[in-house]
Write a protein that binds this ligand. Structure first.
Ligand SMILES: Cc1cc2nc3c(=O)[nH]c(=O)nc-3n(C[C@H](O)[C@H](O)[C@H](O)COP(=O)(O)OP(=O)(O)OC[C@H]3O[C@@H](n4cnc5c(N)ncnc54)[C@H](O)[C@@H]3O)c2cc1C
Length: 398
């Protein structure tokens, strides 16, 4: 039986992992959360995610969100309920000699916010990861507690827990416009013309977010960019952890005992992609390139058979970091979008921090001010000094 809530009425547009996490945390705080999606739960890009859960970022506030989210993935039944399918595997980011000083600086930064990570010389990494080629490495950073989760199960678990706490979900109902009253967010109008009223509105609509903001002359400046992942058959005897390989320009992880998932995308491809109409299957060239980049690090995967794969869309912001927080021009309006290909792993803490901000005006879980929406219009883009030079087409920043 859903609980009756009496707190502020909050409409969340988007039932991806971000919207469902926000709804769960809102409901937990006693708010009346109402989620709208143009499709079913998890109809957007979350279902296409590689779902890596790692802490290694070059931007401390983002690493902080990932670190705080790890607690959820590790304690899911107690903290949310249901299952998220988290599998701890360990994670290594590997760099060439030219990036070694940056890796050292980033690991120091990560340790300063509490992340469990260590620098490993190549010979030490080889001991942990005997299947990996290490002769071209300068240095590695290793996170023993990182892993991967099931993105659909995670989103559905957030949604089920939110519903149990009284949140409502109105699905297959596209939102056509935001409603305002005297310049303040007042609700949303769906495609049938019906207006749903609320005290606050939060847009978590992934690559579709700017469309809802456009009538107000507002935008993040999102570029929808197509990225692909592919699954290759591996022998169960061949073990490896998750890698971000800055030299080859790819990321890969085990998937169960007998598959390896590998991916990369293009950070700024020449052609833009429509998130409602894009080629969902893999390109043949991608499959070959993904296997070659994987085999550069795990040579035993050189002839690994392709099993399946798909494409998805990254919602890439002008500085490849998300906008998370209020939109000052319209009091009562909030946004959580522009995660630029990395928003699965941070969704638990993003949901908690956003719900706190909306309900109490202050976010205790994490400081969201670095992710301000206004930075884009002001031209104050986030720049991290220790960003790595990446193998061609890796697809996103770290
Ligand atoms: C190939 C790929 C691999 C990735 N790998 C990783 C990874 O390994 N680790 C990681 O952390 N992140 C990864 N990501 C990124 C991560 O998956 C996304 O950042 C995250 O899932 C975004 O969630 P979201 O809820 O913001 O968006 P979405 O899941 O896209 O949800 C947005 C929702 O809004 C709804 N919507 C849109 N417009 C409207 C409207 N007008 N009315 C009503 N509803 C609307 C959509 O239907 C959709 O359900 C990957 C992404 C891709 C594509």
């Amino acid at each position: 039986m859903p609980q009756a809530q009496s707190g502020p009425r909050v409409i969340v547009v988007g039932a991806g992992v971000v919207g469902c996490s926000i709804a769960f945390h809102l409901a937990r705080m006693g708010a009346q959360a109402a989620v709208f999606d143009k499709g079913p739960i998890c109809a957007g890009m979350t279902a296409r995610s590689g779902a890596l859960v790692r802490m290694h970022y070059t931007f401390a506030p983002e690493a902080d969100l990932a670190w705080k989210s790890l607690t959820y993935f590790e304690n899911w039944p107690r903290m949310v309920g249901g299952r998220c399918g988290f599998v701890p595997t360990g994670f290594a980011v590997v760099v060439g000699p030219e990036n070694g000083h940056k890796l050292r600086a980033n690991v120091a930064m990560l340790k300063s916010i509490g992340v469990e990570t260590d620098l490993l010389e190549p010979d030490l990494l080889q001991k942990i990861e005997p299947a990996a080629r290490v002769d071209d490495l300068g240095l590695a950073a290793y996170e023993p507690r990182s892993g991967y989760a099931d993105p659909v199960a995670t989103t559905e678990a957030f949604a089920a827990a939110a519903q149990k706490l009284g949140a409502s979900f109105t699905l297959n109902t596209p939102i056509a416009a935001l409603a305002t009253n005297a310049g303040r967010a007042a609700g949303v109008t769906d495609v049938s013309g019906k207006t749903h009223h609320a005290d606050f509105v939060c847009i978590a609509a992934g690559p579709w977010t700017d469309t809802l903001l456009a009538p107000f002359g507002l935008k993040i400046g999102l570029k929808p960019e197509r990225a692909q992942i592919a699954f290759f058959r591996k022998s169960p005897a061949l073990r490896h952890c998750i890698f971000i390989d800055t030299i080859a320009g790819s990321y890969f992880r085990p998937h169960g005992d007998d598959l390896t998932m590998a991916g990369f995308g293009a950070l700024h491809p020449d052609t833009q992609t429509d998130p409602d109409s894009f080629k969902q299957s893999n390109d043949a060239e991608f499959i070959e390139a993904a296997r070659a980049r994987l085999a550069r690090r795990i040579p035993a995967m050189k002839d690994a058979p392709f099993v399946r794969g798909h494409a998805g869309i990254y919602d890439v912001s002008p500085d490849a970091r998300a906008a998370i927080g209020p939109i000052a021009a319209i009091p009562g309006l909030y946004v959580a979008a522009g995660f630029s290909g990395t928003g699965f792993k941070t969704s638990p803490a993003v949901g908690a921090a956003m719900a706190e901000l909306i309900v109490s005006g202050k976010s205790g879980t994490a400081d969201l001010t670095p992710f301000s929406f206004e930075r884009f219009a002001a031209g104050e883009l986030i720049h991290t000094p220790n960003e790595y030079t990446m193998g061609a087409g890796f697809g996103h920043t770290l």
